[in-house]
Design a binder for this molecule. Sequence first.
Ligand code: CIR
Length: 260
Amino acid sequence: MPHPAITFSRAIIRHPPPSALRGLRAEDRGAPDHARMCRDHTAYAEALERAGMRVSVLPPLEDFPDSVFVEDVALCLPEGAVMLKPGAPSRTGEVAAMQPALESHFGEIRAIAGPGTIEGGDILFTPREIMVGLSARTTREGAKELARIVADWGYGLRICQTPEDVLHFKTASGLLDEETILATPRLAKTGCFAGYRVLHTPEGEEAAANVIRVNDRVLMPAGFARTAEMLSDAGYQVEPLRNDEFALLDGGMSCLSLRF
Ligand code: CIR
């Protein structure tokens, strides 16, 4: 099994509120079922724990239907946390609600002031660099502000392009180890992963790209047998998790946690 890219010991997640039924979605394929969402969320937390993380579960925020997708509001780095600035107006208030939870873990908290916007789903942190995909949620100004904010921590930031009609850069990619990325062929074709080893999602399984490497295992959405087999054949310990309800809101493995 290839070495993990980064090791994690803690995760922060937030309980899905009943209002999640009204969460944002690119295409309406029906509302998620709240009870099933809670069940899958618990299973996700347990999977993080099995991977060796201590998981803090924050209370639900009824005023913010998408607040279960905590990844979008902060970037957690070893040197400190950066509060981000969602491009979706209904999600702006989630940032202030998250900050107190991070203050107990990080000595330094910085923040994107705007006017640019940037969501965590568009940020792929690798041991070499921070990649940011511009999207309908993440602007060039937002990416450039993040670059300025993390420069004195020694990080280089590379701006890429999230494919059109794809919510986030990491909807179509996930880091598997320090040099390997799982990506949809459409995103990989842009050349943004030059210098990395890239594994492509099989045709028809593009929705499996949003995996997360957590210490000794890869968490991935269940129901993508060919991707699971490909990753397993490549030496990864794969843990498929039910994600149908979150997928109705365009959410996947990475969005549900902040890991550090
Ligand atoms: C949204 O549209 O903002 C949510 N329904 C889904 C956010 C998913 N987040 C992520 O991929 N990082």
